[in-house]
Design a protein around this ligand. Structure first.
Ligand code: ATP
Length: 237
């Protein structure tokens, strides 16, 4: 299995204070990997560094063997990484269709873009029903689906997901995770950040636990879910 994303000795600071410290992790092609941890552990900071929104103070991030740390977010996106940020980041005044078209902004193949929009509608029929609706009027779950659909329009090889369950009702959380699994089944690798450790470990094959800016555990998701320390701290047991 080839390594898609490789993070080595990553440190990220805010005004000189380290929020991420000597972090090492990798995602292989075809894998679904999660990073779990409490509020403020440094998960979002890690994801922002991978997507180019924050510049690491030390360490390196490689994607398909190529150094991407230090590149601008749009240059990283062009290499095949698509971020679905916390809060979804959709354009609330645009329609569902316009949001999907925006997701393809790096592409210049109109026929293929139309075909991919149809494919997204096939994967997410709720979006097809609401294609002319203003995105800001969608429910939270539908907005999360739109954010996933928009990310798919860039034809990513790695999807970076920041807390997709955030603020959603349990049934909608289930639906969103089924969609993420369906996206992965199409060959897109997934790096998922979640506070809902139960769901993240059930969905992914491997996981990392982050505490106070550092990785404290790394293992198969099943082994993590069975680990007494994880069960106590993150699974409410
Ligand atoms: P959450 O689930 O709440 O998003 P997280 O694990 O994603 O938590 P981060 O948001 O990465 O954690 O935050 C890590 C640390 O960095 C926290 O102590 C946080 O207060 C701090 N931090 C985050 N953003 C900033 C910022 N813009 N300026 C200064 N400190 C920040």
């Amino acid at each position: 299995m080839s390594t898609l994303l490789e993070i080595k000795h990553l440190c990220v600071c805010y005004s000189g204070i380290e929020a991420v410290r000597d972090l090492n992790l990798y995602v292989n092609a075809g894998e679904m990997v999660c990073l779990i941890g409490a509020n403020g552990a440094g998960k979002t900071t890690t994801l922002k560094a991978v997507s180019g929104l924050l510049t690491p103070s030390r360490g390196s991030i490689h994607f398909e063997g190529e150094l991407i740390s230090g590149l601008a977010p749009h240059a990283i996106a062009r290499k095949g990484l698509a971020l679905v940020p916390e809060g979804r980041g959709i354009f609330p005044r645009m329609t569902v269709l316009e949001n999907l078209q925006m997701g393809a902004y790096t592409r210049s193949d109109p026929a293929e873009i139309r075909r991919d929009i149809d494919e997204v509608y096939g994967l997410l029929p709720r979006l097809a029903e609401r294609k002319q609706q203003i995105a800001g009027l969608l429910s939270g779950g539908e907005q999360q689906m739109l954010a996933l659909g928009r990310a798919m329009m860039a034809r990513p090889r790695l999807l970076l997901l920041d807390e997709p369950s955030m603020g959603l009702a349990p049934l909608m959380v289930q639906a969103v995770f089924e969609i993420i699994t369906a996206i992965a089944a199409r060959g897109v690798s997934v790096f998922l950040i979640e506070q809902n450790a139960h769901l993240a470990l059930k969905t992914c094959s491997r996981g990392y636990v982050m505490e106070n800016g550092s990785i404290t555990l790394a293992d198969d998701a099943q082994a993590l879910a069975a680990n007494p320390a994880v069960r106590h701290a993150y699974l409410g047991e």
